[in-house]
Design a protein around this ligand. Structure first.
Ligand SMILES: *Cc1c(COP(=O)(O)O)cnc(C)c1O
Length: 964
């Protein structure tokens, strides 16, 4: 019998309960792992890895860890400081009902939200089918031939459309015309993006200004359809005028409206972009939502973002994979057309499933109801004496010219817990949406009623009323005719469709995803729960700031904590992916140089090992990329760097390094490197994607960095969502704080470099995830997480040393939080490539490590702190078993072209059907490890043929006949 003795209360209350839930390695595991590495203690290990010169000067000052329940309670109190008013603001953000079956089985389901970007096609067929549905939905609704698999938000999509047009049209003009009745935040972001590229943006704020701009020289025009203030018109004549000038017509279109309106594609538009938010994603104070971009066929090869295409697998069956340009984006580097990496896959899946579930009839009914309520609202207002509107046309938004009464009306709305949009000082815009009810219409009439005035009743319009869409603009073409949009309309059917797709994929809910540089760690349930709380989910980004106090507090606390973690002085959470943080950070550096009169400083040094987004971002801010070499040990070559600094001294703007390097080592001369660049007048950008090796141990803001971005979807637990959403905060030292992004439309000062995202807090609704993580871990827990991540990577490197040597290590043989396994020699001895090993891992039930980045022919493994020793050992066992298979090929037991690696992954069908003609037995092909017999993962397709897919680019839903 164990003796029960009194324990201190603090121990029983256990405020650190979450730490061992997040960190998979216990004390006993740690001892075993340290002995495999050959270090006496975790402290000794860390001290032998992290250069003494960069160690933190003091511990992070964070509130002490609390339990999951206590953190949730504290966050709830913060959330409740937001006020959830009924929103009639519109302006790109609308109320929507997330169907319960989609809410629970996608948005709240780890099988979807913990998946990675679908680079490994064979284990990503489910989410890629969902994305092909998304692409097809966008094409059908906009009337365009090709659409990508999501953009970050409508405003950045419009900016990307601008640059896509610039590089695609024949017009040599530098002028981009923006219709003044676009959403203001879109105009703001377009202006930010245009400035460093030397594009002149002309905003046409009246019919006369539009006529004048269209008569001049221009390379493209951006039109909001329906207009931000609601009216609709036939733009086909303007498209023709643009084409006559070899210029492009770009539309920012509303997808729900497209069910009723002639889509821009039918006017021969060149690019159509917009947001899919109102297809089931809550407003969430601005994000995350999937934006879209569709274009004419001739533009497809330079389209930004990811595109899912249909190819065939090794058995000749249709299979999805990311198409050509996705890989090109990384290969093109400074010639890349866009820096988008993490996009908005999870929200895109939600939006596509909203269309699958409602189908064309359901969507049309929702749109018709919105249009009918809008017409009823307008009729009632006319009866009440309001007659001045912009145009007599509308889909869901009417704008009333109310002159001086505007402010008072908005205030009256607030008193009735309704938000109205005030525009151009004397207009009020009212937007209706899927959630609008009869009560809402009557509430709105109440807002506009004069004292004692009799109010109309919605019931008076029971018999139906004509929508305010002119006859000639009403859509006649069919859309969403593919069976997928016309089948899963029962909840049972939908549930099974979603389950079936999720079952095709590997996500963190099944096995470890050891992707170097991507930090696929635990996304704890307690971290996820708050994101759908109504106080966070159902608020509009442009609601009055006094209603968003909860978000303000969340923003302030999280920024303070991240400042502690990074050593920086100021942070903006606005960028909605790492790439956007890079962009914002480089803009800050550029603006700082300009403020010193150093406009000519535009050289950006980037080591050859950098992530592809680095040179792409530099190119987008108009900097000239100069690549610096790495030495044989994978470190920045200091002699080459010194030479480049001297050569470009008066033009040097900055260097972009990643720390620890993408080679997985802590370079010891990083302080000297920073000092060298500073001595030439440049600033140091430290790509923070590898912060999981630094938090609590070293701070870039202390060791010489001037700017960093973080990837909250890597280090700070926001799930990858199958390729987004992300959050990429930009962090800066003191003198760069004035150059952080601002946001006029969102009520932030327009200072600094302007807006880089549509919403002031970017993907605001996922910030609670990182808040919860930091709150439950505290400074000690976070530091322990970092140290454990480093421990686990070193354990894997040590255990696999005799099978796959680690390419880069520090002098004592240690790595940082990830290790690059060198598989290149195997090609010579066995014909086996790193890709073969990646595919063979699928048979063993694992997602492959990062393949061929940053070094071709290698695998980069990052276990993170969240994996248990059992899972890590299982991965090691699989890697060793695969190495044994390779040895059999090396010994000549199996031919180089007929072995379990070359035919991996093995589908159940390929193993079961017909005569077996291979040199190895079926059960070897299956790779079922005894202890996992009950949990064998069966890939749905064989190896996907990339080349076939690129030659035959097809990116919409496959006709069902293809499967026969
Ligand atoms: C992930 C990553 C990025 C890009 O971040 P996104 O959020 O995907 O845009 C940049 N640099 C490195 C080293 C990365 O690993």
């Amino acid at each position: 019998m164990l003796k029960q003795s009194a324990r201190p209360l603090g121990e029983l209350e256990n405020p650190n309960e979450f730490i061992p839930r997040h960190i998979g390695i216990g004390e006993d595991d740690e001892r075993l792992m340290l002995s495999a590495i050959g270090e006496a203690s975790r402290r000794a290990l860390i001290e032998s890895i992290v250069p003494r010169s960069i160690a933190r000067s003091a511990d992070m000052k964070l509130p002490p860890a609390v339990t999951e329940a206590a953190a949730l309670k504290e966050l709830r109190a913060i959330a409740q400081r937001n006020q959830v008013f009924k929103s009639f603001i519109g302006q790109g953000y609308y109320g929507t009902h997330t169907p319960g079956v989609i809410l629970r089985n996608i948005l709240e389901n780890p099988a979807w939200y913990t998946a990675y970007t679908p680079y490994q096609a064979e284990i990503s067929q489910g989410r890629m089918e969902a994305l092909v549905n998304f692409q097809t939905m966008v094409c059908d609704l906009t009337g365009m031939p090709i659409a990508n698999a999501s953009m970050l938000d409508e405003a950045t999509a419009a900016a990307e459309a601008m640059t896509l047009a610039k590089r695609s049209v024949k017009s040599k003009s530098n002028t981009f015309v923006v219709f003044g009745d676009c959403h203001p935040q879109t105009i703001e972001v377009v202006q930010t993006r245009a400035a460093p590229l030397g594009i002149e943006v002309v905003v046409a704020n009246s019919a006369e200004e539009w006529e004048k701009a269209m008569a001049g020289d221009l390379f493209a025009a951006l039109i909001q359809y329906p207009a931000s203030s609601g009216w609709v018109m036939d733009w086909s004549g303007e498209v023709k005028k643009l084409h006559a000038k070899q210029a492009a017509a770009i539309f920012a279109a509303d997808l729900l409206a497209m069910t009723l309106l002639t889509p821009p594609g039918e006017w021969d538009a060149d690019i159509v972009c917009g947001s899919t938010q109102r297809f089931g994603m809550p407003m969430g104070a601005g994000g995350p939502h999937a934006a879209f971009l569709a274009c004419r066929d001739e533009f497809k090869r330079s389209m930004p973002g990811r595109l899912v295409g249909v190819s065939v697998d090794s058995h000749g069956n249709p299979a999805y994979r990311l198409a050509l340009q996705t890989r090109e984006q990384h290969i093109r580097r400074e010639k890349a057309t866009s820096n988008i990496c993490t996009a908005q896959v999870l929200p895109a899946v939600v939006a596509s499933m909203y269309a699958v579930y409602h189908g064309p009839q359901g969507l049309t009914r929702i749109a018709q109801r919105v249009a009918a309520y809008t017409a009823i609202l307008w009729n009632g207002l006319q009866k009440m004496g309001y007659t001045a509107t912009h145009h007599g046309t509308a889909f869901d938004t009417i704008s009333l010219k109310v002159g001086e009464a505007a402010q008072a009306l908005v205030a009256k709305g607030h008193a009735l817990r309704a938000n109205l949009r005030l525009a151009w000082d004397e207009y009020i815009c009212i937007s209706l949406d899927e959630t609008t009810t009869r009560d809402d219409i009557e509430l709105l009439w109440k807002v506009f009623a004069k004292t004692g005035q009799a109010l109309p009743k919605v019931a008076d319009f029971e018999k139906g009323i004509e929508p305010m869409i002119p006859q000639e603009l009403r859509r006649t073409s069919a859309f969403l005719t593919h069976p997928v949009f016309n089948t899963h309309h029962s909840e049972t059917g939908m549930l099974r469709y979603l389950r079936g797709l999720a079952d095709k994929d590997l996500a963190l809910d099944r096995s470890m995803i050891p992707l170097g540089s991507c930090t696929m760690k635990l996304n704890a349930t307690s971290e996820m729960i708050p994101i759908t709380w109504p106080e966070f989910a159902h608020v509009h980004p442009f609601a009055p700031r006094e209603q968003l106090q909860g978000y303000a507090e969340l923003d302030e606390q999280l920024r303070a904590w991240l400042c502690q973690a990074t050593g920086y002085a100021g942070i903006s959470l606005q960028p909605n992916a790492g790439s956007q943080g890079e962009y914002a950070g480089l803009l800050a550096i550029k603006a700082w140089h300009e403020s010193k009169g150093q406009v000519h400083r535009n050289v950006c040094l980037i080591p050859s090992s950098a992530h592809g987004t680095n040179p792409a971002s530099a190119q987008m801010v108009g900097m000239q990329v100069v690549v610096t070499a790495c030495d044989d040990n994978g470190n920045v070559d200091m002699a080459d760097l010194k030479a480049k600094c001297e050569q470009h001294s008066d033009k040097l703007a900055c260097i972009m390094i990643t720390y620890p390097s993408t080679h997985g080592v802590f370079e010891t001369q990083v302080k000297e490197l920073c000092a060298l660049v500073h001595s030439h007048g440049g600033r140091v950008y430290v790509d923070g994607a590898n912060m999981n090796a630094l938090v609590g141990v070293a701070a870039p803001g202390e060791f010489g960095g001037d700017v960093s971005h973080l990837n909250l979807h890597k280090t700070f637990c926001i799930p990858h969502g199958g390729g987004g959403p992300g959050v990429g905060p930009v962090c800066v030292v003191e003198d760069l704080v004035p150059f952080l992004p601002g946001h006029k439309s969102g009520g932030l000062p327009a200072h600094g470099v302007g807006a880089v995202s549509a919403a002031p807090l970017g993907n605001a609704a996922v910030l609670p995830i990182s808040w919860m993580y930091v709150r439950m871990m505290g400074a000690e827990g976070l530091k322990q997480a970092t140290e454990t991540a480093i421990l686990s990577a070193n354990y894997i490197s040590a255990k696999l040393r005799d099978h796959y040597p680690t390419l880069y290590a520090s002098k004592n043989g240690h790595v940082a939080h990830e290790c690059i396994l060198d598989l290149r020699p195997l090609k010579e001895t066995s014909g086996v490539t790193a890709e073969d090993v990646a595919k063979r891992l699928i048979d063993y039930g694992f997602h492959a490590p990062t393949l061929s980045f940053p070094v071709p022919g290698t695998l980069m493994v990052e276990p993170t702190e969240s994996e248990t020793l059992e899972e890590i050992d299982r991965f090691i066992a699989a890697m060793v078993a695969i190495r044994e298979e390779i040895r059999r090929v090396e010994r000549g037991e199996w031919p180089q072209d007929d072995n379990p690696l070359k035919h991996a992954p093995h589908t159940a069908g390929a193993l079961l059907h017909g005569e077996w003609k291979h040199a190895y037995p079926r059960e070897v092909g299956a790779a079922v490890l005894d202890e996992r017999r009950h949990a064998k993962y069966w890939p749905p397709v064989g190896r996907v043929d990339n080349v076939y897919g690129d030659r035959n680019l097809f990116c919409n839903c496959v006709p069902m006949s293809a499967y026969e």
